[in-house]
Design a protein around this ligand. Sequence first.
Ligand SMILES: NC(=O)c1ccc[n+]([C@@H]2O[C@H](COP(=O)([O-])OP(=O)(O)OC[C@H]3O[C@@H](n4cnc5c(N)ncnc54)[C@H](O)[C@@H]3O)[C@@H](O)[C@H]2O)c1
Length: 339
Amino acid sequence: MKLITVQDLAKIVQKHGFDNYMQDLVSYLKEDFVRWEQFDKSPRYVSHVPGGVMELMPTADKQYFSYKFVNGHPANPFDGKQTIVAVGQLAEIKYGFPILLSEMTALTGFRTAATAIVATEYLARKDSRVLAIIGTGSQSEFQTLAHKLVRPITTVRYFDIDPAAMDKFEKNMADKGFKLIRCQSAEEACAGADIITVCTACKLHAIVVKNEWIKPGVHINGLGGDSPGKTELEKSILFRGKVVVEFTEQSMVEGEIQQLTPEEVKQVLHAELWELINGSKVGRESDDEVTIYDSVGFAVEDFSVLRLTHDLAHKYGIGHDVDMIPPIKDPKNLYSILG
Ligand SMILES: NC(=O)c1ccc[n+]([C@@H]2O[C@H](COP(=O)([O-])OP(=O)(O)OC[C@H]3O[C@@H](n4cnc5c(N)ncnc54)[C@H](O)[C@@H]3O)[C@@H](O)[C@H]2O)c1
């Protein structure tokens, strides 16, 4: 079984190149989303704990089973710790054996950005040049760089309530070819934006983005409304245009649409993302419609990124081969491991 640490993952991405990695990840995601009906799917298991959530996100097709074990503790940065950390595993169905155990903190950043740009590809105007990022924490750089791969982004307007998070974002993005505009409020960041990515962390029904700031033609990627009692968009935004989610059953409990009644969900919900990819539903149809990708993160996204990591780890010979399965000749003689 391969073990992939954070350092191994960094080597894989450096060797493959960030843009190639993201483009391949988008291909893997589309390959998996297009055959959505072949996956075992269920809302994630969530344990609500003081200060946050602990979650297990499993899924399987006929070849692999995967899961991610992830937390979400919005106040962690006050203690110098990350909001989200994760590990995950990929196993072969044939014998049920694990083949990969990987860090998934960075992989979550990659797969969330890759899934968001798939939504952007189908929903944002083709001429989108100005990206707003509200919340310049861990996800923000991945989101920003990924968007450049699918839209001609020239300008990034950004805001965070923490000035140090904006300093960090500026430093990381300084040489990436964007015009960077630091804003004093979320409203200022949204002004003139074609795409608004909202990725703040706060465990409450916050109104980070107001309806009156959303101009016709804007696409919103809402990432931080991803847990019961945790939303970022003013409810009335959801009535402005097409709303797209990953997996309705989970999103109704965790996404922005948790603010709606089941009747209202029927009224506003346009599609699950896989339906845009397989062409059974259309994305944007006019330049002035508002579109909203209400993302909570779904297990198939973790499945795709684990599959890619497994393939690249073998291609480049990166990672550690570890005995997590007893190396015994007689499959019934487990006792022999004691020597
Ligand atoms: N949908 C998904 O698949 C997915 C995946 C990963 C993370 N997330 C969510 O995205 C959010 C961001 O994750 P992260 O890892 O970047 O967290 P993070 O803690 O590293 O960053 C969040 C940032 O939001 C800022 N913030 C909080 N309230 C704000 C406000 N009202 N206005 C502006 N900025 C504000 C914080 O200061 C912080 O810098 C979290 O809510 C997380 O749960 C969703």
